[in-house]
Design a protein around this ligand. Structure first.
Ligand SMILES: [Zn+2]
Length: 272
């Protein structure tokens, strides 16, 4: 992992591209080989082979989702896009299966009751698709926020006078404790009647992969200029709690904006 750390985008991509052994995929592949031989020998209808190919495609999508949507791995934007596409294909397959079953009900081949399973599966696939979309959005946002902090660190090390272009800095007492966080959370909640939208509590895999120590630091997913952000900066300054306010990771792009509470992260000694 240490070697991978600096190149996490590449490494994570390679790991996913390899598509590790998956029993469902292997089983579906074996089934296809057997069927193909039977179809070629005229011993099975071609429609069976097409159905088996659908099963294989679905098993491959499910395997991809186990590594992304339900896995703990870091995700690049490309992987997130693949994940959303896989859930979209699974949703389309369930939709098609339901339509076919409805045809059979209409023709009186099967009873209306048999549709229940198809409807349940469709509902599950729709939820999975929604989950993938929100997970992809979150993964993208977290990466953008961490990249903004990486950019700031680079400036602090190489061109400190330009660091103010990346983030607004308030040093306060230089200390941020657990008790401070509790105070901030309580005050925010009583002011806005909702919890403080913390996007990164302490160390995260994304920060670690980018090579810095985010322990005892907290990122809040608010734009510094929206009412919650304006209030938070004022509150932190009143309490002399250090913060960095990021307006955007890349100028012109409205992502990566957030408020980092606590001193700036230190670079990890060996990049991970
Ligand atoms: Zn931070």
């Amino acid at each position: 992992m240490r070697i991978c750390a600096a190149w996490w985008l590449v490494c994570a991509g390679a790991a996913l591209a390899q598509a590790p052994y998956d029993p469902d995929v292997v089983r579906a592949q074996a089934g296809i080989e057997r069927l193909r031989a039977l179809v070629e020998a005229g011993a099975a209808p071609r429609a069976d082979l097409e159905r088996a190919q659908e099963v294989l495609a679905d098993a491959q999508d499910a395997a991809l989702l186990r590594r992304t949507l339900y896995g703990a791995d870091l995700m690049t934007d490309q992987q997130a896009e693949d994940m959303v596409a896989a859930t979209g294909r699974r949703l389309a397959r369930r939709q098609k299966a339901l339509e076919k079953a409805e045809e059979l009900v209409k023709d009186g081949v099967v009873s209306q009751l048999s549709l229940g399973t198809y409807l349940d599966e469709l509902d599950r696939a729709r939820k999975e698709n929604d989950l993938a979309i929100s997970r992809a959005r979150l993964a993208h946002e977290l990466t953008e926020m961490a990249k903004a902090e990486e950019e700031l660190q680079k400036h602090l090390e190489e061109a400190p006078q330009q660091a103010t272009q990346v983030a607004e800095r308030y040093d306060g007492s230089g200390v941020f404790t657990r008790a401070d966080l509790l105070r901030v959370e309580t005050a925010f909640e009583s002011r806005f009647a909702k919890p403080l939208p913390v996007s990164a509590m302490g160390e995260t895999a994304v920060h670690r992969a980018l090579g810095f120590d985010h322990r005892d630091r907290v990122d809040v997913a608010v734009h510094p200029d929206q009412p919650e952000g304006v209030w938070l900066r004022q509150y932190l300054a009143d309490q002399r709690i250090p913060y960095f306010a990021f307006r955007q990771a890349v100028p012109g792009k409205a992502t990566g904006a957030h408020i980092h509470i606590g001193p700036m992260s230190a670079r990890l000694a060996h990049g991970g």
